[in-house]
Design a protein around this ligand. Sequence first.
Ligand code: ADP
Ligand code: MG
Length: 256
Amino acid sequence: MTESKTILEIKNLNASIDDIKILNNLNLTVNAGEIHAIMGRNGSGKSTFSKVVAGHPAYNILNGDIKFKGNSILNLEPEERSHLGIFLAFQYPIEIPGVSNEDFLRLAYNAKMKSLNKPEIDPIEFFSYITKKLEIVEMDPIFLTRNVNEGFSGGEKKRNEILQMALLDSELAILDETDSGLDIDALKIISKGINELMNKNKAIILITHYQRLLDYVKPDFIHVMQKGKIIKTGNSELAKELEIKGYEWLKDEAEI
Ligand code: ADP
Ligand code: MG
């Protein structure tokens, strides 16, 4: 068996916001080529986990470490983490009035190119590049001219997140409830896009409540988060069990 490359390694992570401790001794290792799903009820700390990995400044790291490809990223700014290859699709994508989606995407793309010492591309080149990416999520080019997420439906915002994922082509993508609020057709399109973007050099962490997404994007591991830590890890059978039994039965096991 060949040993796979570790992309993300989280050890004993403890994090708080406004002096409220949310993450408690969280451990997680994600290797290249793996898809991990993190499930858990509302308020268990899933979004906090994603924002802490992305470097959201509101959170304090009390203890532990987050390593990306072997190096600690705790001292890096969110944009530095993004340039290194960490992508986060937000549970609640923000609207940016006055900024066209196309300009926003080009600036994000060129900022990454610049940090990699690669040539930036002009608006005309960018248009043909992004047009190909639009096909991955079956998005109409009209969405490029609209302001970022402004007036987008829930499903359109989620597609726009996957468009950003396609554009930045990051090694690690964390998708926070990208499936929520999608109808079945949109879910299938988004899942197809996620599968298309995955390869053996990358890793994806899917945060979801529902087994439904996992029918289309097959995770290698499923973790259950509770009170800011991973209390159980399993395979796709675990998601099916959770669908039937809920999360209650895990409580006792966690507190042993
Ligand atoms: P999940 O994504 O699993 O639903 P979150 O990470 O959003 O959970 O939230 C975890 C817990 O942290 C919740 O109890 C939530 O109320 C709390 N929390 C998140 N942000 C803040 C904040 N700014 N101030 C106080 N509590 C917060
Ligand atoms: Mg959440």
